[in-house]
Design a binder for this molecule. Structure first.
Ligand SMILES: [Zn+2]
Ligand SMILES: [Zn+2]
Length: 311
């Protein structure tokens, strides 16, 4: 590889507009492109160097929960499915919060997710476990083929230049988020030395460990939630309802419900199906931050059941 080619590959880490992809590109992994993703996993091993403190673990947990909510409620239910409405300013704030999760920009995320719903578990599905569990979990986004945004799926989002910009420079927000963790740790070390934390410890736990766990827990909705769990609805795909995934992914484990009626703001269709993202969205609607949360129509709740009676 020439020096110029390497420079272009590195620039792509920061500016997606430099990407040129041939129509016939295959499903081989673009190793140069995914170096940062691999490095993020390796940096997590630094927990054995920086140690831990209760405050660093609490911040890591909080960082996980806030950003999981941003992914499920905003990237998924809002940008991908338009399950509720909000103002343009709040839309941008939601996009920024989602971008801290380091799962690329909202338009890229929504474009691939919408395609998943169009072709769930068929040959055209970009991340069906029928093509291999590992492929459905990480393989699909590590290959060059799925690096670009499927523009025809997201014309409604492409009309917002601020979102297009976020997508183009999708590593900027995560970098600032990581730096904020570093500065938080440095501040706590200075102001509250009794907490026994520091900048590097907070960076490793609050950003790297939290982000890697967050990424894989999100990806389990694509992989595990099409393999493990129960099916209430005949959806024509392999989607499953799974309480365990619903708990750690804040409601996204009710994936068979979701494939049955994707535009609903809630994925736990019944009171016993815990859906923390939906509870928080309801709270936000009480304050007028969002509105017009789409419900599940009563006739859809009991239609196309796998067998008579609720499972
Ligand atoms: Zn699915
Ligand atoms: Zn969806």
């Amino acid at each position: 590889m020439s020096l110029q080619a390497i420079v272009i590959k590195v620039l792509v880490w920061f500016d997606n507009s430099n990407v040129k992809i041939a129509d016939n590109v295959g499903e081989a992994i673009d190793w140069m492109r995914v170096i940062p993703f691999i490095l993020m996993h390796l940096v997590c091993l630094l927990v054995f160097v920086v140690g831990f403190s209760p405050v660093a673990l609490w911040v890591a947990l909080g960082s996980y929960l806030v950003r999981m909510f941003a992914i499920t409620a905003f990237y998924h239910r809002y940008f991908s499915h338009k399950a509720f409405k909000t103002s343009r300013v709040c839309q941008f704030i939601f996009a920024l919060l989602g971008a801290t999760a380091t799962q690329r920009g909202p338009i890229w995320w929504a474009s691939h997710h919408r395609r998943h719903h169009l072709y769930s578990d068929t040959a055209k599905d970009i991340h069906s476990p029928r093509q291999g569990f590992l492929w459905s979990h990480i393989g699909w986004f590590l290959c060059l083929k799925n690096f670009t945004t499927q523009g025809h799926c997201v014309r409604d989002l492409l009309k917002y230049p601020e979102l297009v910009l976020l997508d183009r420079f999708d590593s900027i927000v995560p970098i600032f988020y990581a730096l904020s963790m570093l500065f938080l740790g440095q501040y706590l070390e200075f102001a509250f030395p009794e907490l026994k934390t520091n900048g590097s410890q907070m960076l490793v736990w609050g950003y790297f460990v939290s982000t890697i766990v967050l990424i894989h827990c999100t990806l389990f909705v694509n992989s595990l939630a099409h393999v493990l769990g129960t099916r209430r609805y005949e959806t024509g795909d392999d989607s499953r309802n799974n309480l365990f995934i619903a708990l750690f992914a804040l409601g996204e484990g009710w994936h068979n419900n979701h494939h049955h009626y994707p535009v609903s703001a809630r994925q736990g269709f019944f009171w016993w199906e815990i859906d923390i993202s939906y509870y928080l969205l309801r709270l936000m609607s009480l304050f007028g931050i969002i509105w017009d949360l789409k419900p599940v129509p009563a006739n859809r709740l009991h239609s196309k059941l796998v067998k008579q009676g609720l499972q």
